[in-house]
Design a protein around this ligand. Structure first.
Ligand code: ACO
Length: 322
């Protein structure tokens, strides 16, 4: 066991005020609440206001997490923001967040691993704390997907929403984070992508999400179960040791299939996708915050976080709640 490990000392979440229900989408698109709910589990999504930026969503979630952890923003050592929808090309959303928080001096950077971004960022922050590079860390997943969706494409726009979730990590001698496993395979990059590029003052290629739905479905179920098993093998624990499973909140059918593959009772699956749709890098910390605050996750329990997303990227963070 390492001498120092990361421990989550605070969580927070923020969803923009505007709620768009499936019925509201069905008023202007050839879709229905029934189609969306039965295929994805989604009932509604939150949409950021004009002028609201990813860093604003991140800031609101971060304040709550910092307050719970009892750490002043000025004392933050490290800020990592996982996002695919940054405020701008550069500087990073993490640097903008740092300025909005009134912190300065410590490292701040974004992680771009699409829907796996939070798991990637949490794994990195844990290792930076374990190595002594940072004494504490703010890790945020924040997204405004509503701005990269074609709102006339019913195959994609019904699936996503905006939001942010945050955790504060502090050093501990007892875990905390037990193990993390990260993967990617660029061969699958075209089944989920936004291919557009900014060039010479314009966008070349599509600036909207493109997705091979059935391809993504199959890939996600396979790799999430595999990377959960990898974490169990590394810790020598049986799958029954997982008290709570928090997979990426994209689609209830993907989550159900993953839970079944791991032979876990459905009651151990935490889902919030019905309330906010797929918020990409924000989805896991959003669900974690809900379950931590409503008292489901209790001290000493084991929580498996599973990310999967464009790239393709995937990964797990397995932790003991303290
Ligand atoms: N409303 C009504 N009909 C629709 C809609 C909609 N919103 N979207 C697609 N359809 C239609 C299609 O046009 C198609 O019609 P057709 O048969 O006349 O051509 C029909 O529904 C079936 O389409 P399929 O794509 O075969 O539907 P499927 O049952 O596979 O469900 C879905 C589609 C929900 C996207 C599914 O493939 C899926 O869950 N994939 C996973 C994708 C996902 O979760 N992506 C999130 C991002 S990925 C990530 O975060 C890792």
């Amino acid at each position: 066991m390492r001498n120092r490990v990361g421990r989550i000392a605070g969580t927070g979440r923020y969803l923009p005020a505007r709620v768009v229900t499936n019925d509201a989408l069905a008023e202007r698109l050839a879709t229905s609440d029934e189609w969306i709910r039965t295929r994805t589990g989604i009932r509604q999504r939150h949409i950021a206001a004009d002028g609201e930026q990813t860093s604003d969503l991140a800031l609101a979630a971060a304040h709550i997490a910092l307050q719970q952890a009892g750490i002043a923003a000025a004392n933050l050592d490290l800020i990592i923001v996982a996002t695919t929808t940054p405020d701008m090309i550069f500087p990073s959303t993490a640097c903008i967040l740092q300025e909005k928080l009134g912190a300065h001096g410590g490292p701040a950077f974004d992680v771009q691993a699409v829907c796996s971004g939070f798991v990637y960022a949490l794994a990195l922050a844990d290792r930076m704390i374990a190595s002594g590079m940072a004494r504490n860390a703010l890790v945020v997943g924040a997204e405004i997907y509503s701005r990269i969706l074609d709102w006339n494409d019913r195959g994609t726009c019904v699936l996503f929403g905006d939001g942010a979730g945050a955790v504060v990590l502090v050093p501990a001698t007892e875990p905390g984070i037990l193990t993390a496993h990260l993967h990617a395979d660029g061969h699958y990059r075209s089944i989920l992508c936004v291919p557009g590029q900014v060039q010479r003052g314009g966008v070349v290629g599509s600036p909207f999400v493109h997705m091979d739905g059935p391809g993504v479905f199959k890939f996600a179920v396979k790799v999430m179960a595999e990377v959960a098993q990898e974490a169990l093998d590394a810790t020598g624990m049986p799958s029954d040791a997982i008290d709570w499973l928090i997979p990426h909140q994209a689609n209830i059918r993907i989550m159900d299939a993953t839970t079944k593959k791991l032979k876990l009772p459905m009651e151990r699956l935490i889902t919030t996708v019905d309330m906010h749709a797929n918020t990409s890098a924000a989805s896991i910390p959003l669900a974690l915050d809900v379950a931590a605050r409503d008292g489901r996750i209790r001290s000493g329990q084991h929580v498996m976080l599973l990310g999967v997303g464009g790239g393709f990227t995937w990964g797990s963070v397995f932790l003991r709640w303290t």
